[in-house]
Structure formats: C-alpha cells, structure tokens
Design a protein around this ligand. Sequence first.
Ligand code: MTE
Length: 304
Amino acid sequence: MLIQKPVNISPSEITPPELYARRREFMKTAAVWGAVALLPPALRSRLAQAADNDLQRTPYKDVTSYNNFYEFGTGKTDPAENAGSLKTKPWTVTVEGHCEKPGQYTLEDFLAPHQPEERIYRLRCVEAWSMVIPWLGIPLAKILPRFQPTSSAQYVEFTTLFDPEQMPGQRTRILDWPYVEGLRMDEAMHPLTLLATGLYGKELPNQNGAPLRLVAPWKYGFKSIKSIVKIRFTEQQPATTWNREIPSEYGFYANVNPNVDHPRWSQKKERRIGDFFRRDTLMFNGYAEQVAGLYAEMDLRKDF
Ligand code: MTE
C-alpha cells in the first residue's frame, strides 16, 4: 500500500523497530532450542509440534497499534493515534442496488438477530506482514439474504464512511475517497467471510474499523474494508479503491498467492508481527481447502 516508497527497499525487508527489542527474547529462545537439539528425535518432534505458532494470536497491543487505515494517516501508528475522532454511535448502514429490501438500517437492526461469534483468522497484508486475530463477527452469508438480493446481484460493493471532519486523512488527496471494496457474490456468501464487530472479545477499536469491517481471510488485507456505511448489490464488478488507484499492482480478487509476486516485491514470504524470522506465505493464506474451488476456472496470474 506504499505510495511513496524509499528507493528499492521492499517493505518485507524493513524490520520494524519493535523487533529489535525482541532480539534478547529471541537469543534466549535460541539457547533453549540449542539444548533441545540434544534430546532424542521423538521427543524433539513432539516439542516442535507444540511450538508450532501458526495460529498463535498476535498480542492485542500489536493488533491495535500497527494498522493501515489511511483515513487517519499513512503511518502504521497514525490510526491508533488519530482515530479517536471517529464517532461510531449511532451508526447507519445503507443497503442499495439489486435487492428487494433496500433501505437505511441502524447498525443494531442491520445485524439483528445474529450474535457475533469468535473466529481466529490469519490476516496477510499485501505489504508482506501478517497477524493472527481473534475476531468477533457474523458471517456475511447470514446477513445478506435478509435484503433479498435478486438474480442480477453478481457482486457486493462496500463503502467506508466519508467525513473529512472525523477522518483527517480524507482532507488529503492520498486516495480517491471514500474507500470502496467489493466481492463476487459467491465470495461474499462463503462461510469464512465475516462482518467483524469486535476482536479479542471486545468491541472493535476505531483504528481496526469500528463499528463494522469486512474480513475475508484468504485475501490480502486491503480487501478488509473498515467502518462500512454502505452495501450495494451490483451486476458489474465494482471499481475498488486500490485496483482503481494502481491496477497493475492491486487486482480485484487479491487472493493471497505466493506464486504471483507484487510487481515491486516478492509475495513468497511474510513477517508475522512479533516474529524474528520470516515464514512461507501459504496459498490462499492457508485457506485453500475451503476456497480454492471458487476459482477453479480462473487463471490466477491474470485475475490476481
Ligand atoms: N479500510 C479503509 N477504509 N481504509 C484503509 O486504509 N486499509 C486496508 C484494510 N482496510 C484500509 C481499510 C489494509 S491495506 C489493511 S492491511 C487492513 O485494513 C489492515 O487492517 P488492520 O489495521 O485491522 O490490521
């Protein structure tokens, strides 16, 4: 998501400062693993399994202080510092387009009667960092049918609030506001796709997209549009913010794919926030078994 980029340094190569602080911790861990190497192989492999941290949750502090939310600035700590000005109560969601029940709904009415459930998902940003976040959310597939989309509804378009008074980043022209994202109808109705209202068992902090944000865990993070005020059922593929901004770098589908590099950096590896070493990026961010079928007919190099 870097518009102004230092020459020839890929974002995945920049070690965030907090990682240096963790170096001591890492050295201690290395010493322990040195001792582990002396254990019998069977015991060693059991220990290795226990240490598999693939779904180890990223600390709350990191999830809520290292963010992308350009409406509050382009720095990673800007959203946590500036998003206090966003007023999320009351909140209205407008439903439009190809459906039988369009209208303006209060947030409570829009979500009712469903209760948020916890889902622990990996989030992989296109910038090659990742986190594991325990979301509270409602599957979009439970919410959309109520509006009775018609057979012309092939896509769902989502729009973020536009209010430069509350969102200081919108006073600049860094993006063509408001932020817009979209999913194909079958992606929107996939059981993994959530509308998140919270994380770590609490309400969503503003910097994470309060009061309502999308989470499609097999896609790059920029699809996870925050602070949604409008949902529109469309027949044509919606024009989405990053795709419109730089189409050669950000596709509409944005499925996590280690085999298709970003034109300016590799997508093969990622740095899990808090880890010292980079790890392999998984096809569809590790959700291939659940979602690969959605793209069976597609050339993922062309429809990236
Ligand atoms: N939604 C809006 N409205 N504005 C944004 O700038 N950034 C996206 C996405 N949703 C963004 C947004 C990007 S690039 C990422 S990686 C995720 O939000 C980051 O979500 P997080 O800050 O909760 O980790």
